[in-house]
Design a protein. Sequence first.
Length: 143
Amino acid sequence: MLIEYDEIPQVAMDFMNEVHKEDVDLINAIFEHILAYDGSEKSAATIDNLYTQWIDHTVIHFQNEEIKMQEMHFPPYLAHKGEHDRALQEMRDLFTHWQQYRDIKVLKIYFIETLPAWLHNHISTMDTVTARFFATGQSACGG
């Protein structure tokens, strides 16, 4: 297993924690198939299917957070949305590369070296502050 759910920071909003659990489940499923990749079209198609599910899930995840940020007039909305946009583009670019070249090493490196650290950092910083604002209506500065 790449990411243990118990190692992911919990935030002040249950709906966000639930979505993060779904994220971890999808990421772990993809990673399991990355490790088992045998070069066959069937193996590649399984990764394609799971990766597409992950992108679709992430789009909805980010949109739901962004809608709530806008509804609550979350002051650093643009910064948080910008990070969502950047991360989603990185996921899409990696998937495009995978589909063109079937380069399992690139996927493996991203999933091992980049994704877990990014997810932990994003949740422990941006999502923690955002969830606190959703729960209290106050930013980290008290405003």
